[in-house]
Design a protein around this ligand. Structure first.
Ligand SMILES: Cc1cc2nc3c(=O)[nH]c(=O)nc-3n(C[C@H](O)[C@H](O)[C@H](O)COP(=O)(O)OP(=O)(O)OC[C@H]3O[C@@H](n4cnc5c(N)ncnc54)[C@H](O)[C@@H]3O)c2cc1C
Length: 485
């Protein structure tokens, strides 16, 4: 396994192909737009070496018997999956933000582990063998692997084959003896600047007319003909003026647009090409672990919000007991999403490929909670903090340090701690509630309405009707009325 410095060095060796604000980023490890996300991911390497965290962040490869980072492992039982939830909580505790340049890739491998197995068993392909070989190499090199499912999609009411522009979903445009050529895009992909490779999966389940869109593969992040645009972020370009943005130095979520202009992928890195019947299964097996474990992410950030709220209360001169009910509610929210994820993990099933798939119903219920409860936790943190933690109510670090009036600002920011400390806590709360922000709570891992649809599909509602009839002694059959036109 790499050290954090070896990891940074691996990124420095890559071909620059990431742009932002019209500029080509030459070195992602030092550029202000990307270095924070790199540093967040670098902390995984440092923490994995520490005794207190190594059991959570590393595991034994079932393929080689060697110690590997958990992000490059197959989830083989409930304990592995619960450890995934705990690992995500830990990473938020350590960084205050998302290290999504590893977790979506981790889920992608696990989703395709079962899909490739099924294809090989039922169609006689060799995708599972290819994936296994590639994966052993990935473990050996200890790569950081981002995951990309989300296509631009175009008009949401139409399938990929009926879009005006066929490229708005990533597709195969050429099949060669030695590989395939793909064109299109994947958008809003987490932690790309911090990644060595990207794992691509279909964005949805496809039908026969969309078979060219049913494609999965792994690529080096700097592959020829791939252009990457980093999305703008609220914390951009603040560091020159905001010395208070401490978490920003340690981590930072970024999303990127991946533009594929006829990218060639050699066969040994292709894990699905045209098998549209298996695309839906691959997506399902992605969302089950993702939507279970994301409860750990938001709980991890919620833990920090509780700590920061208590600090600001004290800094304001109030005992945190004044806010006991609010802090309790924050804890309830955190443990609800974490606990739902653990429950979904515990009640999963083993797929014949050896991968453990969390319970679909509970994972999706968790996704809906994840899209709801953290917003309340953030609101409570802001309510406890006072106006100082809301955007625009705190002078910049530069002004607080100004030789002419900085001491006056500090004098008037002082309450129960010195002014600079209080301002620092306020900036942390601003960062946690509206900066690092909403760590993919709403749409990361898919929209909550998509999860609601899955809840509906996985709930046996008629069984509840029968149950109620039996308990209530209702003899008459009451079928659902015909839909009125
Ligand atoms: C912080 C963050 C990190 C992310 N990281 C990654 C990543 O690492 N990798 C990755 O692949 N993706 C990533 N994503 C993208 C994420 O998976 C998508 O945002 C999500 O799947 C929703 O897709 P969308 O944004 O296109 O929204 P849309 O699909 O446009 O949804 C918008 C709304 O319309 C509704 N809707 C959509 N289609 C229909 C329809 N046909 N009928 C009725 N209602 C509809 C949805 O339910 C939703 O309410 C990330 C997103 C965020 C916010």
């Amino acid at each position: 396994m790499k050290t954090s410095e070896e990891y940074r060095e691996s990124l420095r060796r890559m071909r620059p192909n990431i742009h932002k604000f019209g500029e080509l980023i030459e070195d992602v490890t030092v550029h202000p737009s990307t270095r924070r996300t790199v540093e967040g991911h670098a902390q995984i390497f440092d923490a994995a070496l520490k005794e207190e965290y190594s059991n959570l962040l590393t595991t034994t490869s079932h393929l080689t018997g060697k110690r590997v980072v958990r992000y490059l492992s197959i989830i083989r039982n409930a304990e592995d999956m619960i450890n995934n939830c705990r690992m995500k909580r830990l990473m938020f505790n350590l960084t205050g933000t998302c290290t999504g340049g590893r977790c979506a890739g981790f889920n992608g491998i696990n989703a395709m582990w079962s899909a490739t197995y099924d294809m090989d068993q039922e169609l006689g392909t060799d995708y599972h063998l290819r994936l296994t070989n590639w994966f052993i190499g990935a473990q050996e090199a200890d790569i950081t692997l981002a995951g990309a499912l989300t296509d631009p999609k175009g008009d949401r009411s139409r399938p990929a084959s009926q879009q005006d522009d066929p490229d708005v979903n990533l597709r195969v445009v050429e099949r060669r003896d030695d590989g395939i050529v793909v064109r299109g895009a994947k958008v809003m992909i987490c932690g790309i600047a911090a990644a060595n490779e990207i794992f691509i999966l279909p964005g949805t389940g496809y039908q026969e007319p969309e078979k060219d869109y049913a494609v999965s593969f792994a690529i080096p992040r700097d592959i020829e003909n791939l252009t990457i645009i980093e999305a703008r972020h609220p914390s951009d370009r603040r560091e020159e003026e905001e010395g208070f943005d401490i978490p920003v130095d340690h981590g930072g979520i970024t999303q990127a647009y991946l533009l594929f202009e006829d990218v060639f992928i050699p066969n040994e890195r292709v894990f699905m090409c045209g098998e549209y019947n298996y695309s839906g299964k691959a997506v399902m097996n992605f969302i089950a672990p993702y939507r279970a474990a994301i409860g750990g992410c938001v709980a991890g950030q919620g833990d920090l919000m509780i700590g920061a709220s208590m600090l600001i209360a004290r800094a304001n001169g109030l005992h945190e007991k004044v806010f006991k009910d609010k802090i309790n509610q924050m804890a309830i929210n955190n443990e609800t999403t974490f606990g739902m994820g653990v429950a979904a993990s515990a009640l999963g099933k083993l797929h014949p490929s050896g991968v453990w798939v969390p319970d679909m119903l509970l994972s999706n219920v968790n996704k809906v909670h994840v899209a709801t409860l953290p917003y309340e936790t953030k609101r409570l943190a802001q309510e406890i903090a006072g106006g100082i933690a809301e955007t625009g109510c705190l002078p910049s670090y530069m002004d607080i340090k100004d030789p002419k009036y900085g001491s006056l600002l500090k004098k008037y920011l002082k309450a129960n701690t010195d002014g600079e400390t209080r301002a620092r806590i306020a900036r942390l709360i601003e960062w946690l509630t509206i900066g690092a922000g909403v760590p993919g709570c709403m749409h990361g891992g898919g929209s909550p309405d998509g999860a609601r649809l899955m809840i509906n599909l996985n709930s046996n509602l008629q069984a509840y009707v029968d149950m109620a009839r039996r308990v209530g002694g209702i003899k008459e059959d009451i079928p659902a009325p015909e839909k009125k036109r």
